[in-house]
Design a protein around this ligand. Structure first.
Ligand SMILES: [Ca+2]
Length: 160
């Protein structure tokens, strides 16, 4: 079967896509998640993900959470690091408490477990997904060693 493609469409389409991608880059980018079953601190996990993948996992919506949890062998049902962390410098200078994503994403998605984040003993500045709780998040001490999630960014096939 053949589809007739108008030349004018071929010329216009890339311009529209460039526009879309410039203003909503995340809509062009899909993240493939990888579970790394080595226990490390959050900072070590970040370095590993940046070396071998793109970065620690960023999540933007419930679909991402589904993809993330699907990346795990079901035999592991505890905590694993994701890319969200506290902007500790701002806390120390008394401004406000802000969380950032390791890859600088501006995602505002939240998926906290009930009662979290609680910053227990004032030392919990990193975020872990609880695989026994559908991937919901808890704040944890960054020096704790946990498995972690990396992602590799791929442009949507739709846009290629
Ligand atoms: Ca906590």
């Amino acid at each position: 079967m053949f589809y007739r493609i108008e030349i004018s469409n071929l010329i216009q389409l890339p311009t529209q896509i460039t526009h879309l991608c410039l203003f909503t880059i995340s809509s062009c980018l899909s993240r493939q998640y990888y579970f790394v079953n080595n226990r490390t601190t959050w900072t070590e996990a970040q370095a590993y993900c940046r070396q071998y993948y793109t970065d620690l996992a960023t999540l933007e919506n419930a679909n991402d959470t589904s993809s993330l949890t699907a990346a795990v062998n079901s035999s592991y049902n505890n905590l694993a690091w994701i890319g969200l962390y506290d902007d500790v410098e701002n806390i120390w200078i008394g401004l406000y408490r802000t969380r950032l994503w390791s890859d600088q994403s501006n995602s505002t998605y939240e998926n906290w477990l009930t009662g979290q984040p609680d910053n227990l003993n004032y030392v919990e500045h990193c975020t872990a997904a609880s695989l026994g709780n559908s991937g919901q998040w808890t704040d944890e001490n960054c020096n704790q060693t946990l498995p972690f999630f990396c992602y590799r960014g791929e442009f949507n096939k739709l846009f290629l």
